[in-house]
Design a protein around this ligand. Structure first.
Ligand code: ADP
Length: 288
């Protein structure tokens, strides 16, 4: 890989509680490229959250190494504060942690702790709110609790962005949102990636949800890395995905069935537009 920002080598993690132990991650080796969007996919309990919690040392490897932008996360001398500024984490249902009287106060919490001047904090708050589509002028002085669920979640995202992380880790970021809010959330995430060049690590159990954003998928099953590759390569392997307890996006499923019925749809066709082009051309050539 040309420029990896995250490298895990033979990472294993075992939870220990008294005499009980659980191998949550087993011998994971992977790299994530700077500026890319990686999705960690797997069913509940497959180890996704355990894996990403190693990225800002909420957890330490039982064995193996985790290097984040040149920092060895297991090193005793690690500057944990610097690491946590680099790796912004948005946990599930982040709106539960909103507490500010106003949206701006909430988003300012992180930058304030970075000991920036008040004008720098203000600039960061305004920039972060703009990135999530909640401009300061309109939303800054409102109570976060007067907003919709989707907007509250974007306030929480702005709070993480205001710390200027180079890696953004999102654990099941759209759980519990309605379809429109989910779409909005992904729209802003795509914009953020395009404009900020931030590396995104997305945890999800839903393949179709990440299909449009992720450049690379890592599929976990029972703590093991079972598959990795570009979404379009992974989606053609429906049988292996089902073995990992996962579904395939409906479009990929349909294309696989059409191929089995004899339509010559190339393996690298993965999006609706690509499928339309191929099928449209096929139907046109049949008419003539
Ligand atoms: P996912 O995020 O894919 O749902 P997790 O990383 O949360 O998976 O969990 C992986 C496995 O580790 C599961 O079997 C889970 O029950 C177990 N586990 C997670 N956290 C703990 C913990 N604090 N103590 C013991 N076992 C845990």
């Amino acid at each position: 890989m040309t420029d990896s920002i995250i490298a895990m080598t033979h990472l294993s993690h075992t939870y220990q509680a008294g005499s009980l132990s659980k191998d949550a991650l087993v011998d994971i080796t992977l790299e994530i490229e700077r500026g890319s969007c990686a999705a960690i996919i797997g069913t509940t309990g497959s180890g996704k959250s355990t894996l990403v919690q190693h990225l800002n040392r909420l957890l330490r490897p039982t064995t193996g190494t985790v290097i984040v932008d040149g920092m060895d996360c297991a090193s005793p001398g690690l500057d944990v504060r610097a690491l946590r500024q680099k790796v912004g984490m948005l946990f599930q249902f982040p709106e539960a942690q909103l507490f500010g009287q106003t949206v701006a106060q909430d988003v300012a919490f992180g930058p304030r702790r970075m000991r920036l001047s008040s004008s720098q904090v203000q600039a960061r708050v305004a920039a972060a709110l703009k990135l999530v589509g909640l401009p300061f002028e309109e939303y800054g002085k409102r109570s976060p609790f007067s907003l919709s669920g989707g907007q509250m979640r974007r306030v929480a995202l702005a709070g993480v962005l205001a710390m200027s992380p180079s890696i953004l880790v999102l654990d099941e970021p759209t759980t519990g949102l309605d379809a429109d809010s989910r779409e909005d959330f992904y729209f802003y995430l795509r914009e953020i990636q395009r404009e900020q060049g931030v590396t995104i690590v997305l945890v999800s159990h839903d393949m179709s949800e990440v299909a449009t954003l992720a450049n690379r998928l890592f599929v976990l099953d029972q703590g093991r890395l079972m598959m990795q590759g570009e979404p379009r390569q992974i989606f053609t392997q429906g049988d292996r995905l089902r073995e990992c307890g996962l579904g395939v996006p409906a479009l990929s499923e349909l294309l696989t069935l059409l191929r089995k019925k004899g339509l010559a749809i190339p393996e690298d066709v993965a999006t609706l537009d690509e499928a339309f082009q191929v099928l449209y051309q096929a139907s046109g050539s049949r008419r003539t």
